[in-house]
Design a protein around this ligand. Structure first.
Ligand code: C2E
Ligand code: MG
Ligand code: MG
Length: 495
């Protein structure tokens, strides 16, 4: 033992081989960090070397003085790089960084000496365009910027196409400080994003009014759950073959003290953006399951309840626990609950979606794809996820009888679903003609005003009683039957 330590230096080359890469990597990391810190100290962005937000504020303050002196105007142009996230996700952050760098290098010469390009954050840049004679000149510059990114960027030996969505505000018309001009340009950017990626908008006063309105709605929504202003209405899903109500879709309504009954499309997007959808969605799940328990206790024939989950709710870490506890609290079989998800909610993080859906489906909860046909074109996920049902989007119903394209799409979705052993529901059925066409195509269920709009729980119970008088009753096993290959619950009835 002692002899070994006496000749410790024999191991020096091996130790050197092991340690050298770590030393080199650490040295590079320190250099990179130094470079970033020194760039930041200079007011420069570490990746692109462009001015940061703080440095841009200094430029803008000077631009205000210059504009006052020369009687000219200037524009604050905010640029958002579209689709940076999917590029980061698929090609890695290194590729995303390269794209941002290449984009900034391509824009600089286009802008000319009177404009300053700065990086605000992540995928957002700003241009302070000085010495303009009005919005027309700003618009001409915006066109040049849009044109500059038309050609693809070569990143990681691939042609990457991107676009810029743009918001613009003008000094002095839209504000007299950089802070206000930037906020208003960002407001314009949000409007452009809502219209379409790759578009641009100039700030207009209505945008502030809409933002104020949104803020007031958001404040009211924060208290809506605790004030008991939310309620669920239920819309029947009917078996086309036997004209019996098999399940009910729970659709959220907000009974606002002054605005009246607010439809979900007016507040769900706000709830999504603010994260309020998580507590609201939890309330919906518990309320819907509690309602089914109340219906069962009152002796009604069994109906499953379908609850919509938005993307943020679906990705929330507590989802499975919340679903489980909503079911257990109401003492329901999991097959009484169906979850409706859109294609985009599922595809956002397909790996994670697959594992969440597998847990839910194994529990016995049913899974439907909502608004099918409007989202992703990739169909491979249909094999990958444990699904029960496709809901054909209601936009295909409107012209089903007059537009052969819509009819072909509906026909194709039905046969695709059946080949994959999934059920199909047609949404938005309003006429007897649409229904009989769907019957001919072999569609399993329908939902729509032709049977009933979404109605309060008591009215739904009355509707069920009326239809029950006309038709034979559904058994519980009938209703719980699932199409998922994973479900642990297999009712004792023939498929
Ligand atoms: P969805 O899940 O696709 O719901 C169907 C929508 O179509 C409902 O609108 C329903 O009232 C409407 N509809 C039903 N039959 C017909 C018909 O025959 N013709 C026409 N033109 N429309 C029909 P609603 O209630 O306004 O809901 C809109 C969307 O809001 C829902 O679309 C769903 O995505 C979302 N939503 C509703 N409740 C909730 C909820 O509790 N949580 C979440 N995350 N989203 C919800
Ligand atoms: Mg739905
Ligand atoms: Mg739908």
């Amino acid at each position: 033992m002692q002899g070994t330590f006496q000749h410790w230096w024999v191991y020096l080359p091996i130790i050197a081989i092991l340690v050298t890469p770590t030393v080199i990597a650490t040295w590079f990391a320190i250099q990179l960090h130094r470079e970033r810190v020194s760039r930041r100290r200079d007011g420069a962005d570490y990746l692109t070397g462009l001015p940061t937000r703080r440095a841009a504020a200094v430029v803008a303050a000077q631009a205000v003085l210059d504009a006052q002196h020369s009687g000219t105007e200037f524009a604050v142009i905010v640029l958002n790089v579209d689709r940076l996230k999917p590029i980061n996700d698929s090609l890695g952050h290194q590729a995303g960084d390269e794209l941002l760098l290449a984009l900034s290098q391509r824009l600089r010469p286009v802008l000319g000496s009177n404009s300053v390009l700065a990086r605000l954050a992540g995928d957002e840049f700003t241009v302070i365009a000085r010495e303009l004679r009005g919005p027309r000149e700003a618009e001409a510059l915006v066109h040049k910027i849009v044109q500059a990114v038309r050609d693809p960027f070569v990143i990681a030996a691939l042609d990457i196409h991107t676009s810029l969505t743009i918001g613009v505000s003008m000094y002095p018309l839209d504000g007299d400080s950089f802070d206000l001009l930037l906020r208003r340009a960002e407001m314009a950017l949000r409007c452009a994003k809502a219209a379409s990626r790759g578009s641009y908008r100039f700030y207009a006063l209505e945008m502030s009014n809409a933002a104020d309105e949104r803020l007031s709605l958001e404040n009211d929504l924060r208290r809506a759950v605790e004030l008991g202003q939310l309620e669920l209405h239920y819309q029947p899903k009917v078996d086309i073959g036997c004209n019996r109500i098999r399940s009910a879709e729970a659709l959220l309504r907000w009974r606002h003290p002054t605005r009246g009954l607010v439809p979900p499309n007016s507040f769900i997007p706000i709830a999504e953006e603010t994260g309020l959808i998580v507590p609201i969605g939890e309330w919906v799940l518990r309320e819907a399951c509690g309602q089914v328990r109340a219906w069962i206790n009152s002796g009604m024939s069994p109906v499953r309840v379908a609850v919509n989950l938005s993307a943020k709710q679906f990705r929330h870490v507590d989802l499975v626990a919340v679903v489980r506890s909503a079911i257990e609290e109401s003492k329901l079989q999991p097959g009484y609950l169906e979850l409706e998800l859109t294609e985009s909610a599922i595809m956002d993080d397909a790996e994670k979606s697959a594992s969440t859906l597998e847990i839910l489906s194994t529990m016995g909860v049913h899974i439907s794809i909502d608004d099918f046909g409007t989202g992703y074109s990739s169909l491979s996920y249909l094999r990958r996820f444990p699904l029960d049902k496709l809901k054909i989007d209601r936009s295909f119903m409107r012209d089903l009888l007059s537009n052969p394209d819509d009819a072909s799409i509906v026909k194709a979705i039905i046969s695709l679903a059946h080949n994959l052993r999934l059920r199909v529901v047609a949404e938005g059925v309003e006429t007897a003609e649409q229904l009989s066409f769907l019957r001919e195509l072999g569609c399993d269920q329908y939902q729509g005003y032709f049977c009933s709009p979404a109605v309060p729980a008591a009215a739904f119970a009355a509707l069920l009683l009326k239809m029950r008088a006309e038709r034979p009753e559904l058994t519980e096993a009938d209703m719980l039957r699932t199409q998922s290959r994973l479900s642990a619950f297999t009712p004792e009835i023939a498929p």
